[in-house]
Unconditional design. Structure first.
Length: 396
């Protein structure tokens, strides 16, 4: 038995991990419910009852009529689903009988408090009040995006637009569905520049002979993806796909380029172009390490074995994400707290401990705890495994 585990133990653990994740995903899909009726009384407490007037159930889009105690109609309420940073959100809009917005509430969401709270604190919802269903409500033009919460703003905007379609139909004035425009701007350009920089430094002679050029890409990553955009590669960027909560690519092109670009580059070139090269939190750790003067690096056999901790963390977090169908669970990484400058005391403690230990242990978080690094390593290992398999097949 001991010989079996020494020879096949890692394979068994991998198989069990995959099976458990598949089971968690199936359970999460079957148990997920987006019932909106329990929220109606909270959104419009003066209503005596509600009647479902129309629905697009396939799109989680519903229209209710609200009446008072005497049975007189007083309002319409739409309930629609939008995709936020951490997954789906249910947005309810209270309309007057002539189609004017009276209130906008997000009654259920999966986004983190740090990101989602910026919508309320920045007065995002108030921009919709007293707007007619026929008014232009384009995000970025008619409605200002909440600073630091672009994806959450997109989620609310798309849900309000979906509710507007039902209201327009109800009022006999169908609203033309506008074609969703592709959101390509300075953020996407900066991302492409950053990926191109790392590719050049790693793959193009003679730049790939000068390892110190990494300092420039790390500085770029810290300034652009950390300080400016506050959008480093995070586990949630991977977790949204298996839960089925990926947002539209037109309004979230940055996400698709970030994840799709890095995965494609890893598969094609068998290299990780994010970790240790452009990740803004690596820049912070290595600065702390330089200040602390530490000399500990994960090179001994025991230290290398401890690096497997990242895989257990990745498995545990993904298991909870799939079971609860809530990608927001995966947003525990310290850089979310650092670059949003918001977090709980526990999250700030994690930042302090991580950077404190990094002063003595080189890239401590990356080597021992980072689920993003573990994810990228798995992608590279699968790529090598598939490549070896194909070579054996063609060699026969």
């Amino acid at each position: 038995m001991g010989d079996f585990w020494r020879t096949n133990g890692s394979k068994v653990l991998v198989i069990l991990a995959i099976l458990s994740l598949l089971g968690a995903g199936a359970y999460g899909q079957l148990s997920y419910s987006s019932d909106v009726e329990p929220f109606l009384d909270d959104v419009l407490p003066e209503a005596a009852s509600f009647e479902l007037l129309a629905d697009m159930a396939a799109d989680e889009n519903y229209l209710y009529g609200a009446v008072d105690a005497t049975g007189i109609p007083i309002n319409y309420v739409t309930a629609s689903e939008g995709q936020g940073y951490g997954g789906p959100m249910i947005v309810m809009v209270v309309w007057t009988l002539d189609g004017t917005i009276q209130d906008v509430q997000v009654v259920q969401n999966n986004d983190t408090v740090a990101w989602f709270g910026k919508l309320a604190s920045g007065g995002f919802y108030s921009q919709y009040i007293d707007r007619q269903y026929s008014d232009a409500l384009k995000l970025g033009e008619d409605i200002d995006v909440a600073s630091g919460a672009t994806r959450s703003s997109n989620g609310v905007s798309s849900a309000v637009a979906s509710g507007r379609l039902l209201i327009a139909e109800q009022l006999g004035d169908p609203y033309p569905v506008p074609e969703e425009e592709i959101d390509f701007g300075t953020a996407e350009i900066a991302l492409l520049v950053g990926l191109g920089m790392v590719f050049t430094f790693r793959m193009v002679p003679p730049f790939n002979k000068f390892h110190r050029l990494r300092i420039f890409s790390l500085a770029f990553g810290f300034i652009v993806f950390g300080v400016w955009l506050a959008s480093p590669l995070s586990l949630i960027n991977f977790a949204i796909w298996p839960t089925g909560f990926a947002p539209s690519w037109q309004s979230n092109l940055f996400l698709y380029i970030l994840v799709g670009g890095l995965v494609t580059m890893a598969v094609v070139f068998a290299k990780n172009f994010w970790c240790f090269w452009i990740c803004p939190f690596v820049a912070m750790q290595e600065t702390a390490h330089f200040i602390g003067g530490g000399r500990v690096r994960p090179i001994t056999k025991r230290q290398i074995m401890l690096r497997n901790t990242r895989y257990f963390i990745l498995w545990g977090v993904l298991l909870m994400v799939l079971l609860l169908r809530s990608p927001a669970i995966s947003t525990f990484e310290p850089w979310g707290t650092v670059f949003s400058v918001e977090g709980t005391p526990e999250q700030w403690l994690l930042v302090v401990v991580t950077l404190g230990v990094a002063m003595f242990i080189y890239d401590f978080w990356c080597h021992y705890l980072c689920p993003v690094g573990a994810t990228m390593d798995i992608i590279l290992r699968v790529r090598i495994w598939l490549g070896d398999g194909l070579r054996r097949v063609f060699a026969r």
